[in-house]
Design a binder for this molecule. Structure first.
Ligand code: GLC
Length: 425
């Protein structure tokens, strides 16, 4: 794709032709990946590499199913994701990041049918989307209580310092498994095999404490409040408040809205670097007398998630968007690389270390639209559509060449269809 005079794509148009072409490709992949497991049904992320159900993937899949006109499959995706919610014990309410419907989870997790950690909490957002697009409140009513328990679990068990921001206990929980954001804390570097081994060791350590959130967080192993995870959390609390209001639970709605506001304020107060206006994750590490918090100063598109959650003032948003749209840092031919191209560790072909991911583009596009940056949002949608039309639905892409990398036919890359829909709204 070449850039037009104004720097925008001049080959792919956000029109019905593009939408139809994408729709065909996405529908084919989603149909191929459909799995039925007893009373449940879900979509696997990709054959062979990712056969199980993953939590945030399924939330994205629900949205893609809605775009394809299959609301029933969207609902089934969510029901399956909730089916292994932890029922008892200190972490009751947790929704696992992986469900194993045919068993096999035992070696890694000590439980055959699910993992012991979670993932970015997108469930309420997906449920609100189902409700909005189908006017089906019966479904919301059926899942409201499990959802409420999940978000209460996050607040009760993952916010030990009570600042409103929630912590993750393993890089897998961020969804950005191998990001440079975790290099210093986890010890990741250029050696992929070593990084993988580290992630397994970290998991084994957590297994040793039964994936107990409190034990993990006092251990000092890995305690990070990520910007994007917390923005997703805030936005999902607001989505859950919307669901509560629709169901007539006005008091719950009020409390949930207040919580969402509190999380947004905490993100702004604690994560925003006043000198640059950029937002950084916070790590809790051992201090001389007590644990101390410090920002993880790695520039990645997680910095733009506050736009998705409506956090910056409008004038602050412009500074963030200038950073995003800069060809030196985040705007190559196929944005958005998962680390700034100015970071010496930027790697255009490596897992979460500089490659472009469609789900990240989808979040950032919504932030851009929320703040009225329609041109940038449309350009992002055009370039993402071009990327997928030329190369197919890959797990991630080289941001310079667009070459598809990782798992082939990765389901969530179908979110490109939702980006085209968003551009039209
Ligand atoms: C990889 C990604 C994770 C995703 C999973 C399934 O592990 O890092 O975010 O959920 O694949 O697609």
């Amino acid at each position: 794709m070449s850039a037009g005079a104004d720097g925008r794509s001049d080959e792919v148009r956000l029109d019905s032709g593009t939408r139809e072409l994408l729709r065909e490709r996405v529908a084919e992949v989603m149909a191929k990946h459909r799995v039925t497991a007893g009373p449940y049904a879900y979509t696997k992320p990709s054959p062979r590499v990712y056969e199980q159900q993953w939590l945030w993937d399924s939330c994205f899949h629900a949205i893609i199913h809605l775009d394809l006109g299959d609301a029933e499959q969207a609902r089934r995706e969510i029901k399956a994701a909730l089916s292994r919610q932890v029922a008892s014990g200190p972490d009751a309410g947790m929704v696992p990041h992986m469900n194993y419907f045919d068993g096999g989870g035992e070696p890694l997790w000590g439980t055959p049918d699910r993992s012991g950690i979670t993932q970015p909490p997108m469930l309420a957002f997906a449920v609100r989307e189902i409700a909005r697009r189908t006017s089906d409140l019966g479904f919301v009513r059926g899942v409201f209580e499990p959802l409420r328990r999940y978000y209460s679990w996050l607040a009760a068990r993952r916010d030990p310092d009570g600042d409103g921001l929630v912590s993750i206990i393993h890089p897998w929980e961020s969804g950005w498994d191998n990001s440079q954001r975790w290099d210093e804390l986890a010890g990741f570097g250029d050696d992929e095999e070593r990084n993988k081994a580290i992630r397994s060791e970290m998991c084994a350590r957590l297994k040793g404490v039964g994936f107990d959130s409190a034990a993990a967080l006092v251990s000092g192993w890995f305690d990070v409040e990520p910007v994007d995870f917390n923005c997703i959390y805030a936005e999902n609390l607001a989505a859950l408040a919307w669901c509560a209001r629709e169901l007539g639970f006005d008091e719950s709605a009020e409390v949930l809205d207040q919580k969402a506001t509190h999380v947004r304020e905490a993100i702004r107060d604690k994560m925003r670097d006043p000198a640059t206006g950029l937002y950084f994750d916070i790590a809790t590490v051992e201090g001389e007398e007590r644990p101390i918090e410090r920002p993880i100063r790695v520039e990645t598109p997680a910095m733009f998630f506050p736009l998705f959650a409506g956090i910056p003032w409008p004038e602050e948003a412009s500074a963030l968007v200038s950073k995003l749209a800069s060809p030196r840092s985040f705007w190559p031919q196929y944005p958005i690389p998962t680390v700034s191209m100015e970071d010496p560790r930027f790697a255009p072909d490596r897992y979460w270390r500089g490659t472009t991911w469609v789900n990240i583009n989808w979040f950032v596009m919504q932030g851009l639209l929320r703040y009225g940056f329609r041109d940038v949002a449309e350009d992002l949608a055009c370039r993402t559509a071009d990327l997928v039309l030329r190369n197919g639905l890959w797990e991630y892409y080289d941001p310079h060449t667009g070459r598809g990398l990782g798992a082939k036919d990765l389901s969530w890359s179908g979110l490109v269809l939702d980006m085209v829909r968003l551009a039209e709204t």
